[in-house]
Design a protein. Structure first.
Length: 149
């Protein structure tokens, strides 16, 4: 049975796509770590460098800062995040857009630690239960139900 477009509630992105939801943008950006960045205004690079993503926030008070190799991103300062796979490379380009500028982030993927699926799953379950405890009331250790010990 095919689901109608109105029934589909979540996005599925494989390498290329656009995220508008601020929480989704935060989730994607929070573990970038070391990146090369470029500030693009009117299709011209006006500044670039390398830095470490220290914090990703969503509020009306914090600025987005690229200072001394440290990067603090407030996703509220941007309209959307565009993800693009670089042809011939393993990198994905992360572009934060707003009407007057684009901030391009290219992660140094050689610094990504190997992903432990069980730990990643446990972390996500913890995030979900913390933000929506009534919706995700799981008895016992849910992670062990999905992974062999």
């Amino acid at each position: 049975m095919e689901r109608s477009q109105s029934e589909i509630k979540t996005q599925i992105i494989v390498n290329d796509g656009i995220l508008y939801n601020k929480r989704d943008i935060m989730m994607v950006l929070k573990d970038l770590a070391n990146v090369e960045y470029a500030e693009i205004v009117k299709n011209k690079t006006v500044s670039q460098g390398k830095g470490y993503v220290m914090r990703v926030a969503l509020n009306s008070e914090e600025p987005t800062l690229f200072l001394g190799g440290r990067i603090y991103i407030n996703v509220g300062a941007f309209d959307y995040l565009q993800l693009r796979k670089v042809k011939g490379k393993d990198n994905t380009v992360f572009e934060l857009h707003r009407s007057d500028r684009t901030m391009r982030l290219v992660p140094d993927e050689s610094n990504f630690p190997p992903i432990d699926p069980k730990a990643a799953f446990a972390e996500r379950i913890q995030e979900l239960t913390a933000s929506n405890p009534e919706e995700f009331d799981f008895p016992g250790n849910v992670t062990d139900r999905f992974f062999d010990n």
